[in-house]
Design a protein around this ligand. Structure first.
Ligand code: GDP
Length: 139
């Protein structure tokens, strides 16, 4: 298996609930090393751009509103097969379908307010990492 990097976000619901530290620990406990991390609040334009692939979906407006309501943590995680490993640690999009012990099972409120984001492919990971970080930030 290859060592990969992926872009992870802790969404505003989980940051507001004080779960960011526990979620970062969860990543490290599952073999995902934090190579960059920053707390920021997305502007409407940034959230629209980040989720542009979902423009036109019925939940797009709600998603942009949610993602701008408070601070998020963005982090780059590194490990073996990190894109899939991180998505496995996050669990299914809808917490009702998420496996026991996953972040979304533990911390998500609903399919929309679901605690975390993870890149879905190595190609998108590279684009999403560049959205938040310069190469010199990746340590
Ligand atoms: P992910 O890769 O598991 O995050 O899921 P998707 O790429 O399908 O969706 C992106 C994000 O849009 C999800 O993480 C949710 O925050 C939101 N989302 C997806 N489906 C729905 C939905 O049916 N309703 C609402 N309100 N939000 C949704």
């Amino acid at each position: 298996m290859a060592i990969e990097r992926t872009l992870s976000m802790i969404k505003p619901d989980a940051v507001a609930a004080g779960n960011a530290g526990a979620i970062l620990q969860h990543f490290e406990d599952n073999g995902l090393r934090v190579v960059a991390c920053r707390k920021t609040q997305l502007t409407q334009a940034q959230a629209e751009a980040f989720y542009a692939v979902h423009a036109g979906r019925p939940f797009y407006g709600e998603l942009v509103e949610f993602m701008t309501e408070g601070p998020i943590f963005a982090q780059v995680l590194e490990g073996e097969n990190a894109v899939k490993a991180h998505r496995d640690v996050m669990g299914a999009t809808n917490p009702k379908d998420a496996a026991d012990g996953t972040i979304r099972k533990l911390y998500a409120e609903s399919i929309g307010r679901n605690a975390c984001h993870g890149s879905d492919s190595a190609e998108n990971a590279a684009i999403e990492i560049a959205f938040f970080f310069a190469a010199s930030d990746l340590l």
